[in-house]
Ligand binder design. Structure first.
Ligand SMILES: Nc1ncnc2c1ncn2[C@@H]1O[C@H](COP(=O)(O)OP(=O)(O)OP(=O)(O)O)[C@@H](O)[C@H]1O
Ligand SMILES: [Mg+2]
Length: 252
């Protein structure tokens, strides 16, 4: 299968701090790839290198067929990045934010592009308000909508659902799935194992500077011995207690 991202022997240090010690992975076109790792593992560092914001010390990285070191301009034209912290402008309204990015990307009809994305992300009613009045989920949706202006083939999402409530998280998952179904390659980082389970065809775990495990969820599950089933006394849930009390009262 054709590769949207190829990373080989990637190393990066911040002064003495050797963060990436030889990272290797590949991402197929149109797939969702999740990079897992604890705080400080180097996930954002990987995203920054892949999106040309940071230079690697060594190794080769290609995105959409372009080398990040020798063809950074072409890489940038192929990608968009939704960073770990929301990058929306607070003075402009949601609609104006989108129109501004569409103009910066030299698109033909910025207003139409903005209207289409607002509709797709359920933000039409909120379009003419400033993001400061949005909920966390709405801001994140606007943030992702902004990164889709111009339909880049490769999308980087650095912890797209951190801080969102479960409902907003499910909404973002739905959007990400739709994007991949439409052929976009999605590279995301997350600390939520469930997020990777829900979304990613391929999962890689970054730990102490290297990918220590990677594969599909099924492949990763095989790395662990099957759990022994033990006899454990089952405690009633609050719901069961509640139902029992209600039933008891009704029976009286
Ligand atoms: N500009 C920088 N200068 C020095 N050290 C840095 C810099 N950026 C990151 N680091 C260090 O590199 C390590 C990896 O950071 P990075 O942000 O890539 O981790 P992360 O996996 O994204 O973490 P988190 O889950 O908290 O977002 C951390 O120890 C961090 O302190
Ligand atoms: Mg990070």
């Amino acid at each position: 299968m054709e590769k949207a991202i190829m990373v080989k022997g990637l190393q990066k240090s911040y002064k003495q701090h050797h963060v990436l010690k030889g990272v290797d992975f590949e991402v197929s076109k149109g797939s969702i790839f999740a990079l897992l790792g604890s705080n400080g593992a180097g996930k954002t560092t990987v995203v920054k290198i892949l999106s040309t914001l940071l230079k690697p010390d060594s190794g080769t990285v290609t995105v959409n067929g372009f080398d990040v070191a020798s063809k950074p301009g072409q890489v940038r034209q192929s990608i968009s990045l939704t960073g770990q912290f929301a990058a929306v402008d607070e003075i402009l309204t949601g609609r104006e934010n989108l129109i501004m990015i569409a103009r910066l990307r030299h698109l033909a009809n910025p207003r139409q592009v903005a209207d289409d994305l607002l509709k797709r992300f359920g933000l039409t009613d909120a379009a003419d308000r400033k993001p400061s009045t949005y909920s966390g989920g709405m801001r994140r949706r606007l943030d992702i909508a902004l990164s889709l202006v111009g339909s880049p083939p490769v999308l980087f999402l650095d912890e797209p659902t951190t801080g969102l409530d479960p409902e907003a998280r499910i909404e973002v998952w739905k959007i990400v799935k739709e994007l991949a179904d439409g052929g976009t390659t999605v590279f995301l980082t997350t600390q939520y194992l469930e997020e990777a389970e829900q979304l990613a065809g391929q999962i890689a775990i970054l730990h102490e500077g290297r990918i220590i495990a990677s594969g599909t969820l099924a492949e990763l599950k095989q790395l662990f011995p099957k759990a022994q089933v033990e006899y454990v006394e089952k405690q009633p849930t609050l719901e069961e207690i509640f139902l029992a009390i209600i039933g008891h009262k009704e029976a009286m």
